[in-house]
Design a protein around this ligand. Sequence first.
Ligand code: ADP
Ligand code: MG
Length: 237
Amino acid sequence: MKIELRNVYKRFEKAHVIENLNLVIEDGEFVALLGPSGCGKSTTLLMLAGIYKPTEGDILFDGQLVNEVEPKDRHIGMLFQSYALYPHMTVLENIMFPLKQMKVPKKERIERAKEAAALVKLEHLLDRLPSELSGGQQQRVALARAVVKEPKLLLLDEPLSNLDARLKIEMREEIKRIQQELGITTVMVTHDQEEALTMADRVAIMKDGELVQYSKPLDLYHHPKNYFVAHFIGSPP
Ligand code: ADP
Ligand code: MG
């Protein structure tokens, strides 16, 4: 699904959090929103999720204004830092849950949840409870739950920030592989330069609610637009 933000502003009371954001994300593209804490990344993601409404400006999904698309027809999968699994449900039940809400028949729910579990390599742990899993395995369940609906847009907010260094790298590759396999348009918020540069097709660098540069990782690295970008991503001087 192609995503467009046109002249988007977001204010809370007097706080100007997003200032005239323009961004086009092509169908199937993986875009990272990268910037220091407080620059407006999560706010942007929540606007894409339809949880926040822009104060001004338009967000379009495949050319259609988002607020004119029924929430159930937006086909969004989300994975946030606090990826709470249902503690009393098994892995399979956790993954099936979004399909239940969509009223998918039980037999199909089980089949699709098993497919999603296989995608994240958890097919051998379907009957476990979350408390019986490692942190990395729990994260995989949350990822399977985010993609089981076959979303057209996957929104990730600092999905790896709670994992240790080794798991981080493993999950980077895992998320990237699944994103490519399913061809899902993906927007990931991160303040981790390396994460953005290694995972994304294009990186949007934000500062104080504004888009500073939007380029492919190598272009950013070799042709930073200004000192802020160069410094932030650690380009050679
Ligand atoms: P980031 O994800 O880049 O760290 P956020 O989008 O979470 O940044 O927040 C950007 C700014 O907007 C911060 O200054 C934050 O305090 C403010 N902000 C976010 N959400 C709200 C809200 N609901 N009400 C008031 N201010 C908010
Ligand atoms: Mg944030």
